[in-house]
Structure formats: C-alpha cells, structure tokens
Design a protein. Structure first.
Length: 535
C-alpha cells in the first residue's frame, strides 16, 4: 500500500494522507462501502457524481444509499437537514484527518477560528489592531495561549467574544479548566458560526465523507503554504526567527500584561497610548528577549525600528549593572567589545549595524549546521526549557516608562501547553532558517576568515562524534523538518529527545562560542570603515 501512487495533474497525494486512506478503507466502521477497492487492491477513494460511463459509473449512487443506511443505524433521519454530513461526522473513527496536499492533520469538528472571531479579539484594549493570530490553532488552545499572554483576566472577555446568536456562554469566571471543558463538550459540538471545521463534509463523493483538502490548503493548493498557514502568530515570532536568548516565556507574558494593564501609560516621549512593549535592545540585533520593556506608542516604536540610540545603550548598561543578561550568547562578544565606547547616537547606530552583520553571520553558520544534519544540537540552542515553568511578577509597575518588578515567581507547568510552546518555537526557528537570506537585505555581510572557517570545522568535528542515539534523533528530526512541518509529529520527537549533556554538544557549543568571538574580532576591526560610518 505504501508504494501506491495517488494523485493527478503532476501532484502526488501526501504520504500521510495515503496512510490515512488505508486506515479508513480497512476500518470496520466503513465495512460494506460499495466499490471500495478496484483492480490490484487500489482504494477507490473518490466517487464523483459526474461519471457518465465505465464500470464504476454507479458508485456514487450506491455509496449514497450506503450512507443512508448508516444514518438510519445511527439514529439520523435521512430526510432531515444535513443528514449525510452529520452521519459522516458521527461515523468517523478518529475525528481527525490529514490534508492530501500538505499532510497537515486537522479536526473534523468546528474548532478553528474564523476571521469574525479574530475581529472581536482585536477590539479588546489589550490586543492591538495589527496583532496576528494562527488560524489553524483550535479555539481551546487559542484561549489558553491568550491567558498565558495576557493573564487570567482575559477570561473576563470570553463570554462576549465567543457568544453567537444561538449560543449564550455560561458564567464560568476565571476558571480556565472549566472554560476549556465547556468549549470541548458543549460549544464546539453545536458548531458555532464563528468557528470552522478543519475539513468540510463531502459525502458520498469521498470515501470517508470529507473533502480531501483541509482548511490549511482550502484557499490554494500549494504545499500548505496558504495564507492561512503562513499568516501569523500570537507570540513575538521574531524571538524564534532570530534564535534569541532569554526567558522567552516570561518576556512574552510581560508583553501581554503591558497591552492589558499598562494601556493607559504614556510612552517614553510622552505621547498618549496605547503603548507597545519595546525591546530596548532590538531582537534583530542579537539582544535577549527578557522581561523588561520600554513603553513606546505605535509611531515611536515604528520609528525606532531595529536601531539603537544612545539612551537605549545607557538603559542596557544599567540593566547589566543590576545583573541582567541583556544580549544573546552569539552577540555577546561584539557587544562587550564596544558597549563602553558608545558616547553618541551616531556610535549607537554604528554598533547597531555591526550587530546586524554579526546576526547575519551567526545565521549563516546555523544554516551550515542544518546542511550537515546536526538538528539535535541546534535544538539545544533554542532554550526550550523555559516553557516548563509558569511565571508571575511580584510588584510589577512602570518606572520612568520602563517596566519593573521586584521578583519573578516560577512554578512548574504541568499541562501539555509547555510542549506546544516548545514545538512552536522549534518549528518557527527552523522554518525561518530556510528563508532567512531570501528575506534579508542583499547587502548582508557574512564575516569570514581562515580562523573563523577553522573554528566552524571544529564545531562540525565535535558533532561528528555524537553517540548513535543522537545520530538517530538527527535523522528522524531531519525527516520531519525536511517537509511541511507538522507540530504534532515534531512535538512527539521533542518529547523523546536524547540527553543534551553529551560531550560532543559541550565541545560544539564551546567551538561555536569561539567562532562568534572571532567574528566579533573581525567586526571590531571594521568599526571605522565606510560600511558602518556612512548613512
């Protein structure tokens, strides 16, 4: 069965969908399906109504009668409205199916937000107009993410947000578990008009009673790269794209609180809000994603872009004096070499330009490691362990337009959301590597020298000594990352990741740090070059 080729017009069906076909065709629930198999044991998945001749011209009619019989057995009146789609949903054994184009597995239930729901969410004061969401995240998971981002107070808005003409939500207060249980057992089964199913019913045209294209590829059949599939995320995606260091869970949580509880605060330039949580040290320059933000209105935040001014450097130096780690490990050497020399806005801008080329070079090294298949080592650089804790801020307040708190309280996170966060960070980070230099300015300088090349070779040599279990993990992860990335499959792999304390990883990390030290050395030499001085 695995060798069968299905598809047409030059586009084979996804292997995951072909496996699903075999599961369904041989499942007891579909016993007696007319013309299930054709010559050679091939599954006759499609039975269109427009056949005018041939051996299987009556298959569509026979299958419709089969579905009528099934509906009666299930207690569904075949003369009632939408009887065949209701029968298909009731009969389906797993309630999930992969897309035949990209392989993305989605639920057949009404779980996925429509744009109408996103418009309601954007009206909330804590969510800015340009805030973006993942359309393929189920409603329960979306609410969990928003509570993680904006705090449990977000639940106060849920009844009005998910209310429809036919459904009035109960008053469950700020009990997230109660909300998730009600949504799963009561709300989704009533098929609210602000949600969509992962796949539409299509009985009797398709064997299982559902369209073969899922929501991910409904708008355009392009390997899952639809507008829906690419359109965005509820956390700061740049953190993952730039492989930033820092407690990204705590920082994301604080960003949400800024939009929720600090909306009335003025920006640092005394403009009215609502304010954005500005990274004082831009992520695009290699700074850490840490829980401290400067409050900037939208216009000021856009004007700052990915450049630093002298006052930004001064704030970062003050944070370092308090013990904060303000910059990612891969950019630390360059920052340390020049941070105390920044005395003007021009020099701050110059350092911004050097840090940008440092990031380009770092990313180029990451891509080389991807090319050699060292995926397990790369995962260790993503600091996924931060997802294992819930965080709360003690005495959170604003001081001189900057967020401050006395202490950060952490508690173990015992829900599956930790794995979901890890999986998403991993997926976005590796997806970004594929297209990095397609999106970045063509003027990017990749710093190189004989010393740097030798240091990169030492990284590769260390990783070549990995034990067999690491090599096998690399192989399996490479398979997942080499196609349209499925978070469920990726999450299962991350759960079985071998220990990261191996000597090969330690040696490779040391060699990588040395590589970036050498890159910083070369960039410091170019401090007075035209590349960085010119406007």
């Amino acid at each position: 069965m695995a060798k069968e080729k299905y598809g047409g017009r030059g586009r084979p069906w996804h292997p995951r969908f072909i496996e699903y076909m075999a599961l369904i065709a041989n499942h007891p629930a579909y016993k007696g399906m007319p013309d299930a198999f054709v010559a050679g044991g091939r599954i006759q998945w499609e039975a269109p109504s427009n056949r005018t001749s041939g051996r299987y011209v009556q298959t569509h009619a026979k299958r419709r009668q089969w579905w009528r019989d099934v509906a009666v057995k299930l207690g569904i009146d075949p003369e009632s409205n939408q009887w065949i789609s209701r029968a298909a949903k009731r009969l389906h054994p797993t309630k999930r199916k992969p897309c035949k184009i990209c392989g993305t597995e989605l639920s057949i239930r009404y779980e996925y937000p429509q744009e109408r729901l996103f418009k309601r969410l954007r009206r909330l004061p804590q969510i800015s107009a340009d805030y973006q969401f993942e359309p393929l995240v189920p409603i329960g998971q979306l609410i969990t993410q928003l509570v993680e981002r904006f705090g449990v107070g977000f639940l106060d808005s849920v009844p009005e947000i998910i209310k429809t003409g036919a459904i009035t939500p109960p008053n469950l207060g700020r009990d997230l578990r109660a909300w998730l249980a009600w949504i799963d057992k009561e709300y989704v089964p009533r098929e609210p008009d602000i949600l969509s199913p992962g796949v539409m019913s299509n009985a009797p045209d398709r064997f299982d009673g559902f369209h073969s294209d899922n929501l991910c590829c409904r708008s355009r059949a392009d390997k899952g790269r639809s507008k829906l599939n690419l359109s965005s995320y509820t956390t700061d995606r740049r953190v993952f794209e730039y492989w930033s260091s820092g407690d990204w869970v705590a920082a994301d949580r604080l960003m949400g609180i800024v939009r929720t509880d600090m909306v009335a605060e003025p920006c640092v330039n005394y403009h009215s809000g609502p304010c954005h949580a500005d990274h004082i040290g831009p992520l695009s320059l290699g700074f850490s994603h840490r829980p401290e933000f400067q409050l900037l209105c939208g216009a000021c935040n856009s004007a700052k872009n990915n450049r630093m001014a002298l006052k930004d450097v001064e704030l970062l130096l003050a944070a370092e004096r308090r013990g904060d780690d303000v910059i990612s490990w891969h950019s630390k050497d360059l920052w340390n070499a020049k941070r105390k020399d920044i005395s003007t806005n021009e020099k701050a801008l110059r350092l911004s330009k050097l840090l940008r080329d440092n990031r380009h070079t770092f990313t180029a090294v990451l891509q080389r490691l991807v090319g050699k298949g060292h995926f397990g080592f790369l995962v260790t650089l993503l600091e996924l362990e931060y997802a294992d804790a819930n965080v709360e801020f003690r005495n959170l307040h604003v001081e001189d337009h900057v967020t401050r708190f006395d202490s950060l309280v952490k508690a173990p996170r015992l829900t599956k959301y930790a794995l979901e966060q890890k999986t998403r960070r991993c997926r976005v980070a590796f997806e970004a590597l594929k297209d990095y230099f397609k999106k970045e300015n063509r003027n990017a300088w990749i710093v190189s020298s004989l010393e740097i090349e030798q240091s990169i070779e030492r990284i590769l040599a260390a990783l070549a000594k990995a034990p067999p279990e690491v090599m096998e993990f690399n192989r399996r992860l490479g398979v997942v990352l080499g196609k349209t990335i499925q978070e469920q499959e990726l999450g299962a792999l991350l759960s079985s990741m071998p220990p990261t304390s191996t000597r090969c990883y330690r040696d490779a990390r040391a060699a990588f740090a040395e590589t970036m030290r050498l890159v910083a050395k070369e960039l410091v030499k170019a401090w007075d070059s035209d590349r960085y001085i010119r406007e």
